[in-house]
Ligand binder design. Structure first.
Ligand SMILES: NC(=O)c1ccc[n+]([C@@H]2O[C@H](COP(=O)([O-])OP(=O)(O)OC[C@H]3O[C@@H](n4cnc5c(N)ncnc54)[C@H](OP(=O)(O)O)[C@@H]3O)[C@@H](O)[C@H]2O)c1
Length: 270
């Protein structure tokens, strides 16, 4: 964790799940943490817990709906006013939608595109100029193994995560010579609020993805640690679970028509 000593990190989606865990793992070493999400009460409660345990770390909370361009710009203006030069951006906020595309609700689809793709890209764009002026800056984009394949019943979500992985890999190559590390963290199922948020209240409940693939599960603690270690190792991509990493490795070398067949077999449990 030496790499993160004295860092000024911004964590999106810090009100639950992985975002909250990133805050816990970074607080012992970071100089400053900026916690961003919509549920401000949760951010404030987390800030209090972190300050009680790690008084040397300055913790700020900022309520923002990251699907809104104006709110993203206001966040970055606020960071400038507060003189908080972020050198570690954790683009973690994201959401899914579980079910067929034809029965999806447009506001949910739009939110996925806005948060998973646009907010991640825009925040990176807005914060890059100041990161380029700092030594040892990094961007950690939380993607998903869902981004490696087109997944029926998660079609838009898996497409957004393909974008995140592809964007991160390209950016890693562009920015490495400029001293900025970019990593895409690609976890499998993790027990967080994700499945609950992705469920559709107007349809029969589906089996949560954390139940259908137990061998590929990892805890938030393991996933976050693997992500931070990948940044330190300057790896552009991290798959936290070794079984999953192996399965993805195999799936990526076999002909795609076979992969498509396997995905179709698992269709009902996706
Ligand atoms: N859990 C899994 O199985 C899994 C697997 C692979 C990848 N991932 C990825 O991991 C990341 C974190 O998810 P999680 O598992 O920790 O789920 P989670 O517990 O549901 O956390 C999602 C976070 O995103 C924030 N968020 C959602 N919409 C937002 C918006 N419009 N504006 C600001 N913040 C917003 C939420 O905060 P508010 O609601 O308070 O705004 C929350 O803090 C996501 O990118 C997800 O795609 C999760």
């Amino acid at each position: 964790m030496k790499f993160f000593e004295g860092c000024m990190a911004l964590i999106t989606g810090a009100s639950s799940g992985l975002g909250e865990e990133f805050a816990h793992q970074l607080a012992p070493v970071a100089k400053t943490l900026v916690l961003v999400a919509r549920r401000n009460d949760r951010l404030v409660a987390l800030r209090e817990r972190l300050l009680a345990e790690y008084p040397a770390c300055s913790v700020f909370t900022y309520r923002a709906d990251l699907s809104q361009e104006k709110e993203r710009e206001e966040l970055v203006n606020w960071l400038q006013k507060q003189q908080l030069p972020i050198n570690f951006l954790v683009n973690n906020a994201g959401l899914g939608d579980s079910g067929e595309f034809s029965t999806a609700e447009w506001p949910r689809i739009r939110s996925m595109l806005d948060v998973n793709i646009t907010a991640l890209t825009h925040l990176t764009y807005l914060l890059l100029p100041s990161m380029l002026r700092t030594q040892g800056a990094a961007v950690l984009n939380v993607s998903s193994v869902a981004g490696f394949f087109p997944l029926p019943n998660m079609s838009v979500y898996s497409a957004t995560k393909s974008y995140v992985t592809s964007f991160s890999e390209a950016l890693a190559m562009e920015l490495r010579p400029k001293g900025i590390i970019v990593t895409a963290l690609c976890p499998g199922p993790i027990p967080t609020e994700f499945a609950e948020t992705a469920a559709r209240p107007y349809e029969e409940p589906r089996i949560p993805h954390t139940h259908s693939m137990p061998a590929f599960m990892a805890t938030p603690r393991q996933v976050v640690l693997a992500g931070l270690q990948a940044v330190v190792a300057e790896r552009p991509r991290a798959i936290p679970n070794p079984f999953l990493a192996l399965a993805i490795g195999v799936a990526l070398v076999i002909p795609f028509f076979l992969t498509r067949k396997v995905i179709s077999c698992f269709r009902t449990s996706l």
